[in-house]
Design a protein around this ligand. Structure first.
Ligand code: FAD
Length: 497
């Protein structure tokens, strides 16, 4: 690809990057899609492409010699283990006050996530993306995103009897007995396949503990939705294991993009440059923010404005477990795909997913990932001493999230006469407050960019991923990231090409 020239280069192949690549290609524009992670299309020694959560291996983590599982402990024992350093699928990226989990590979976060595909309530949209026309989003772009992603809902009748959702029925019962609404949460998992897994007529995926490190069968990641459509256009070249390190104006117009080709042990095997007329930053909230902050500070793109790197939030993620009574078993067979949540957003600022704990044994534990209205926002800055980008989030900034989650679980514990689990995140630690799965912001729409993601200061540079969203979506974020990308790319294709 040396010295090649392309009309459009997209950095990152998650939701934003896949939407951009597909729509550009459909409009007849050739695209080079660059992805630092692997293609994830080749089985390993066990015949499977992806590892499961019960036996993580080199495929599981991005360039680590030891796993860093979100649940670090169980029954008092640390569960992390040594693995070979490899360009694995889940990055646990550590900043000073928070670990940010992200997907690495062609398909981005869609490879590792739970597939929960939630459209925010219409009444909350104004506080999520205040400058975006909500009528257009709810009439056109949310429906387009939901259709493109293959979003569906569990059959409530089947849910009521399925062994693998015993844990979710216990979660529903406890929520309802305390007066909280329990809602089914849509997901991109193939629900028909899930039913067949339960019936044992197909190879198991969600019922074999597959989540976090990829799903071999039932989950409709971008590998089963946008990416095949991208391939079918014949206009998109995908370069896996290539990392973008620089974007700078080219002398003859457009931009010079510098790439490093990586080996699977993470070393750089080649350095390349591509010239692109237009460049779309879709490296995820963290990836896009890190690139833009570095490029502004080091003089590659000095005219980016001062909003770059600002407005970052964790979508208020906080986790906890509850210890149930002996008469409330949650089941030894648990689907890794959550399908229900407790909605206390309006009253208490928390929306809690009833999450699985797929250990394969009975634990009498109820586990929850709460999304909360945490008001704290952090900033990425360039650190010249370390030549890297810092994030100034502090662990103590999770306290509002804990308080909001407690609006649900203190009440349930009081009603049920139960207590919090203290063995999941360390010894005697109740709250999983050290991490997020939902990084958002850093190139906020209408601040670092115009109202369609055009980066201020340069023509032909765009942000088109979770970096545009100012820190919170009130629910799981990828449907909103996809819908916003669909909205923005439609405008950009119509006016900028
Ligand atoms: P990403 O999907 O993160 O894609 C960015 C891509 O860019 C990545 O593939 C990355 O490798 C690549 N990249 C980064 N830097 C570079 C570079 N310099 N050069 C080349 N490539 C680069 N959301 C939900 O809505 N529902 C869920 O159930 C859910 N569960 C989750 C569970 C887990 C464990 C995790 C980690 C996330 C979960 N999420 C969930 C969050 C969701 O996956 C993300 O919000 C979403 O993937 C973000 O989309 P994006 O397009 O902004 O970026």
């Amino acid at each position: 690809a040396d010295a090649a020239r392309v009309p459009a280069l997209v950095i990152g192949s998650g939701y934003g990057g896949s939407v951009a690549a597909l729509r550009l290609a459909e409009a007849g524009i050739d695209v080079h899609l660059v992805e630092m992670g692997m293609a994830w299309d080749t089985p390993g020694a066990d015949g499977k492409i992806f590892a499961n959560t019960t036996s993580p291996d080199q495929r599981s983590f991005w360039l680590r010699t030891r796993t860093k599982q979100p649940l670090s402990n169980f029954l008092g024992f640390p569960i992390d283990k040594d693995i070979p350093r490899y360009t694995g699928i889940l990055d646990a990226e550590e900043f000073s006050g928070i670990t940010v989990y992200q997907g690495r590979g062609v398909g981005g976060g869609s490879l590792v996530n739970g597939g929960m595909a939630v459209t925010p309530k219409r009444e909350n949209f104004g506080s999520i993306l205040p400058t975006v026309n909500a009528d257009e989003m709810y009439s056109t772009y949310y429906p387009r995103a939901n259709a493109g992603l293959g979003v569906g809902l569990v059959d409530p009748g089947w849910f009521d009897t399925a062994e693998c959702y015993q844990y979710a029925r216990v979660g529903r019962k406890h929520a309802q007995r305390s007066g909280f609404p329990f809602v089914f949460v849509p997901d991109v998992y193939d629900w028909r396949y899930m039913e067949q897994e339960q019936a044992n007529t197909v190879p198991r995926s969600a019922l074999a503990g597959e989540i976090l490190y990829g799903n071999n069968y039932g989950k409709k990641s971008l590998q089963k939705t946008y990416l095949p459509r991208i391939a079918a256009t014949g206009r998109v070249t995908i370069s896996p294991l290539h990392r973008v390190t620089s974007v700078t104006p080219a002398s003859g117009g457009g931009y010079t993009v510098m790439l490093e080709q990586l080996t699977t042990s993470g070393t750089v095997s080649a350095t390349k440059s591509v010239t692109a007329d237009k460049v779309f930053f879709a490296a995820g909230s963290v990836g896009t923010s890190k690139l833009l902050v570095k490029l502004k500070a080091t003089g590659a793109l000095p005219n980016l404005n001062g909003e770059v790197g600002k407005g970052w939030g964790d979508n208020g993620n906080v986790m906890c477990g509850r210890a149930n009574h002996i008469w409330d078993p949650t089941g030894s067979l648990q689907s890794s795909i959550p399908c229900g949540g407790i909605d206390n957003w309006a009253a208490g600022g928390a929306f809690a997913e009833v999450a699985p704990l797929p250990t394969g044994i009975e634990t009498w534990a109820s586990f929850y990932l709460s999304i909360t209205k945490n008001p704290n926002r952090a900033q990425f800055t360039w650190n010249p001493a370390t030549q890297s980008v810092d994030l100034n989030w502090q662990t103590a900034w999770k306290q509002p999230s804990i308080d909001m989650a407690k609006s649900i679980f203190d009440k349930i514990n009081a009603k049920e006469g139960t207590i919090y689990r203290t063995d999941l995140f360390g010894t005697y630690k109740i709250w999983g407050d050290h991490l997020t799965y939902h990084p958002l912001g850093g190139a906020v729409l209408g601040k670092a960019t115009d109202n369609y993601g055009r980066l201020a200061g340069y023509q032909g540079l765009y942000a088109i991923d979770g970096s545009l969203i100012p820190g919170n979506t009130s629910v799981n974020p990828f449907v909103t990231i996809t819908a916003l990308a669909e909205r923005n790319i439609e405008k950009i294709i119509a006016t900028d090409f």
